[in-house]
Design a protein around this ligand. Sequence first.
Ligand SMILES: Cc1cc2nc3c(=O)[nH]c(=O)nc-3n(C[C@H](O)[C@H](O)[C@H](O)COP(=O)(O)OP(=O)(O)OC[C@H]3O[C@@H](n4cnc5c(N)ncnc54)[C@H](O)[C@@H]3O)c2cc1C
Ligand SMILES: Cc1cc2nc3c(=O)[nH]c(=O)nc-3n(C[C@H](O)[C@H](O)[C@H](O)COP(=O)(O)O)c2cc1C
Length: 586
Amino acid sequence: MTDRITILYGSETGNAEEYAKYLKQRLRSYNLKAKLSTLDGFPLKQLITDTDYLIIICSTTGQGELPRNAKSFMKFILKKKLPHDLFQHLHFTTFGLGDSSYVKYNYAIKKIHARMTQLGCQELSPRCEADEMSPEGVDGFYLEWETQLIAALSQKISIVKQIDDQVVPIPEFKVIMGKSKEDEAKAFVEANTKALSDNSLLPKIYNNLRHGTVFANERITAKDHFQDVRHIKIKSKDLDYKVGDTISLYPCNFDEDVQALLELQPQWLAIADKQLRIKNLIDQEIHITLRSLIKYHLDIMSIPRRSFFSMLWRFCDNGTEDGQREQDKLREFGAFDDPEELYNYANRPRRLILETITEFSNLNIPVSYILDLVPLIKPRMFSIASRPNADEVELVVAIVEYKTILRRTRKGLCTRWLKSLEPGDEIVFSFDKSPFVIDNDSPIIMVAPGTGVAPMKSLIDNLLYQNSTQEMFLFFGCRFEERDHLIKNFWEKVPNLHIMNCFSRDAESKYKYVQDALIDQASLVGDLVCNQNAKIFVCGSSGKMPREVKLTFVEIIKRFLKVDDAQAQLFVNALEDTGRYKEDAW
Ligand SMILES: Cc1cc2nc3c(=O)[nH]c(=O)nc-3n(C[C@H](O)[C@H](O)[C@H](O)COP(=O)(O)OP(=O)(O)OC[C@H]3O[C@@H](n4cnc5c(N)ncnc54)[C@H](O)[C@@H]3O)c2cc1C
Ligand SMILES: Cc1cc2nc3c(=O)[nH]c(=O)nc-3n(C[C@H](O)[C@H](O)[C@H](O)COP(=O)(O)O)c2cc1C
């Protein structure tokens, strides 16, 4: 029986998705079946017709924004004409993932919770806002929240009892082998075309796919510099992007990795090129070969999460001493009892799903569970670096490659693939619109270390193309003038483009970091912001940089307006709220 429980999640980088998946498995162990979907991917009608208990798990991203796979849901529930008792039949709880060092801490779940309550939802169990910065981490919040949720459900649904955890839950997806000759023929055609655009495994929002051809993939850092950065140009038709928009790319696995995985599970290898029909509760049925499913859709090169292990141990043959030992280990990784164990095995050495399946030699995984175990490949976003035009789009991409603590080389899934692309290669992409607005009068301050310069290039190129006299101040940062000065060949000298270069490893450089240049130019920057209505854009890596840059602006305002810390902070917060301080960090 279905217990009319629905778990919906909004997740940008996969953390909220992981907790949602884990919760579904936990409910299964109490004999409770739940539907699981992204917030945007769930047919909203089913909240009215098929749901009594609703659980929403959602992270906050950007500056207090909703993840991309939750935005349409939010837009829908914010519609003014919705009746205030629309969801009065629903009992619900929410779990937010956030980081208290952000000004808009856990904003997304706060907004969702408030609006769902306005629309009539009743509390099932206490809501929770988890803070990644707290010593107990998100796990600590989750465990307490889950305990309260299960206690609440057990009062509402009489059948709640923990079932024998040796029982393997029914797979989320129905995977059926195609049998007829016609099926085989279809599989052959499919295997020879990527057919990405027809693929309903991808959530709706990613479906507006475009096709282009790579026509340049040039390294713009010195050959002897450790970091490879690419200036990539793609040709296409009828493009309609604007400054600030991003592009989503759909990377795939390399054939040798797919083959290696298939060989580890001989029962998969035997059917790798035959037709599979895959169906779940929400999506349409799709037809695909196992090899293509793995190559184009399954993130076998990602780090395995807890929900992976909490399912995987069931497929470890414990008939031998070695098998029993492996099963115990996998089971341990899948439980909350000792989170350090999982961290030390998977996260710290950045182990991959493919490596895990290699290392546990007693695994025999039924193909029907592959989609329960392995997460889908997520599209990767890149800021567009060219001025809006109909035929071309440019990117500035840092290739991810590093050594783990076990001295193994790791390569980013998408950038490894991008690096391999050659002129003439075809590429599939889609656009993500940004609410970024540029008016044509006030000055613009751009703070952009490294590839953070990509969207600034689009903005600058566009203004130069329009012969605008708008004043532009670019604070660019990198390590060495000679090795990774990405912008070296981007622009000629122009009177209204002022560039402050900061070379952190060049002893003679006037400025080391972008913050140093900002502080050095405090009276200019203060005047631009306070008297000339300047807009500020900060873009780049999501580590310490955005926070330190913001603190620097607080310091500049403090000095310029001769106010105290709190007043300067309020000033900068107000810039953020009115869209004059925009941060894009990844
Ligand atoms: C809005 C937005 C705009 C973006 N714009 C750009 C852009 O213009 N240019 C650009 O280059 N990128 C951009 N990115 C980042 C981009 O989307 C990808 O995340 C990035 O290219 C890595 O993807 P990947 O698949 O190659 O790596 P993945 O396979 O996803 O691996 C990346 C992960 O590897 C780990 N990692 C990376 N380096 C190390 C290291 N040295 N040590 C340990 N672990 C490490 C990190 O956990 C990281 O999350 C943007 C992201 C967003 C959200
Ligand atoms: C670029 C970026 C922006 C973020 N912005 C916020 C924010 O505004 N408020 C907040 O509470 N947390 C913020 N966070 C923290 C995330 O919510 C947190 O890392 C969460 O675990 C991400 O979950 P996800 O992988 O499901 O998206 C941000 C994280 C990143 C990387």
